[in-house]
Design a protein around this ligand. Structure first.
Ligand code: NAP
Length: 234
């Protein structure tokens, strides 16, 4: 797909992977709407990178139909790429998991992602093309100690991705799961503080480049899933 003049919606575009992806798509000529919970941060990042902000807590499930309409109005009714990036994580050990842990993580990572995508897919179907990038994780592939809540939510994202691939290929809609290993971002930081990039770890830019190259590929093919590791994290 040609990124120049394309329309893109990125959930959670106000920091980390979403922000770097927005920057890269904008640098390649796309119009990009970014969402986030913290409106002040969102507006400031949007102004910094030239994106269009839409304050939107994807965990507020009742607001999704209305917010989807607002996003599509900002994109003037045309969308080429939906990047389902907004995600949170908590890492309690079995025995310390609370109901709220499960509700919070599943509501954002799974329920919100599914319900938003469901609102956007009719536009892709009408256009007879579209791209959906779901942010999974290496935690979509393998559980780990303290991963009960987060890994389970990302396994769910993988299951939905594979189901949507089966449902949407006939409409020329490409669906891809991107599984980063550790990326130095504000992820899981309660104060939402960005981490400095580290030499031996992935940066948000590496995942942004991965996403761009997947979407850039000619429309006749698509990448169903890609996992990105740091070359030498030790
Ligand atoms: N960092 C890693 O090591 C890593 C590894 C594998 C996969 N991932 C996945 O990559 C994605 C992006 O993570 P990141 O590392 O870039 O994290 P991040 O720096 O914490 O950024 C997350 C973004 O999502 C937004 N967000 C969070 N909850 C939201 C909600 N309920 N509604 C709307 N926006 C929301 C945040 O905005 P606010 O700050 O305003 O909430 C922020 O813009 C996530 O799905 C994560 O699971 C991350």
């Amino acid at each position: 797909m040609d990124i120049n003049n394309s329309n893109v919606l990125i959930t959670g575009g106000s920091s980390g992977i979403g922000k770097e992806t927005a920057k890269l798509f904008i640098a390649n000529g796309a119009k990009v709407v970014i969402t986030g919970r913290d409106e002040i941060k969102l507006n400031s990042v949007a102004a910094e990178i030239g994106a269009i902000p839409l304050q939107f807590d994807i965990g507020d499930l009742a607001s999704i139909p209305e917010k989807s309409k607002e996003a599509m109005a900002l994109l003037e009714g045309k969308i080429d790429v939906l990047i389902n990036n907004a995600g949170i994580g908590v890492f309690p050990i079995l025995g310390e998991i609370t109901e709220q842990n499960l509700v919070d993580v599943y509501t954002t990572n799974v329920f919100g992602l599914a319900l938003l995508t469901q609102e956007i897919v009719p536009f892709f179907k009408a256009q007879k093309n579209g791209n959906i990038i779901n942010l999974g994780s290496t935690a979509s592939l393998k559980g780990f100690a303290r991963g009960s809540v987060y890994a389970a939510s990302k396994f769910a994202v993988r299951g939905m991705t594979q189901s949507w691939q089966a449902e949407l290929r006939k409409d020329n809609i490409r669906v891809c799961l991107v599984n980063p290993s550790e990326v130095t971002t504000a992820f899981a930081d309660e104060e939402r503080k960005e981490r400095n990039e580290e030499n031996n770890k992935l940066g948000a830019e590496d995942i942004a480049q991965t996403i761009l190259s997947i979407v850039c590929m000619r429309d006749k093919g698509f990448v169903p899933e890609v996992t990105v590791w740091a070359t030498n994290p030790f």
